[in-house]
Design a protein around this ligand. Sequence first.
Ligand SMILES: *Cc1c(COP(=O)(O)O)cnc(C)c1O
Length: 404
Amino acid sequence: MFDVAKIREDFPILKREVNGYPLIYFDNAATTQKPKVVIDAIVDYYSNYNANIHRGVHTLSQEATEAYENARKKIQTHFNIAKSHEVIFTSGTTHGINLVATGFTSLLKKDDEIIVSALEHHSNIVPWQMLCESTGAILKVIPMSLEGELDMDTYDKLLNTKTKIVFVNHVSNTLGTINPIQEIIDKAHVVNAAVLIDGAQATPHIKPDLQALNCDFYVCSSHKLCGPTGVGMLYGKEEWLQKLPPYQGGGEMIAEVTFEKTTYAGLPHKFEAGTPNICGGIAFGAALDYMNHLGFDAISQYEDELIQYATAQLLAIDGLKIYGTAKHKTSVISFNIEGIHPYDIGTILDKLGIAVRTGRHCAQPIMDFYKIPGTVRASFSFYNTKEEVDKLVEGVKRAKSMLQ
Ligand SMILES: *Cc1c(COP(=O)(O)O)cnc(C)c1O
């Protein structure tokens, strides 16, 4: 039994009001709220053992180092990663993708091909376009259907021996589609292409087994799964992380520095230049502990019920259209009402204390595909309730009667 009322007690922010109404937070795809255990981990670090890591002989530095490295191990265990040095701390998904895309500059030549999907966040498009500009490689796109599913037949045709890397999201932040990443990975490996999975939107709902998936890179952001902003993880297979050059130079990532020649540190430090977000890493670990305590099976089962309920309620509104009706989807409902700008709906919902996202959701190609300026996006977390969905539906109806 998933006790939502009890779980909501863990989130201090859910007690606040917005514009005189209890906060209803449906912008979880942008960032999630934080449970008290995560906030406590942050306060505890700065109150009791703040110090720089990996360098000091003193007690505080040792405690901080141990907590930070312990967080790395929690990430390793959570994602079933073979070696802890295959876990690289980043500032988030965007940083992880840029690290890999920039690293590939030295591995690609003119007319090599790289493959993206039509369903991506700008974070998983732009760094690769920059890679193409600097190397002369060619970007190919797996198209999508009206339902928001990838066209896998075309993917088969795009793959060939010139393909060097494929990068797709596990779950679309705009439509909620769960992509067939196992098939994408397996087929890419037949032509020896590497695969990077953007897990930013999947990791709050699904616990991926990275050894079973056998992807080459997987990236995510702590803040989308109840942890703090400014920290995330890049998983890379050891052989790939050895092959890629360092991303940034500085302290921590070196073995020896002289003015004649510098040698680089081993993994994972090679990719972790400078003082990291120590507190963020530790709190990321606390967030994973919290979510594992709830259990990802229970979380996804509850969220699936919620999204099915919300979909049925919203579709009952005359003139409302949902974008993204894939067979496998999670946590996101993107919609519009005929004749009304999404921004206007979002503004009226905010007056009622309901937080949704409006606009292009960092995925302009999807909006262009549907020929719309944007959508209203309600995105769900395990702390949302059916009562909140009812309020959302009432709010959308109110907005419709005011604006039409
Ligand atoms: C949020 C998101 C990103 C970007 O994450 P940041 O934390 O802003 O770096 C990338 N891809 C997807 C699918 C996302 O949902």
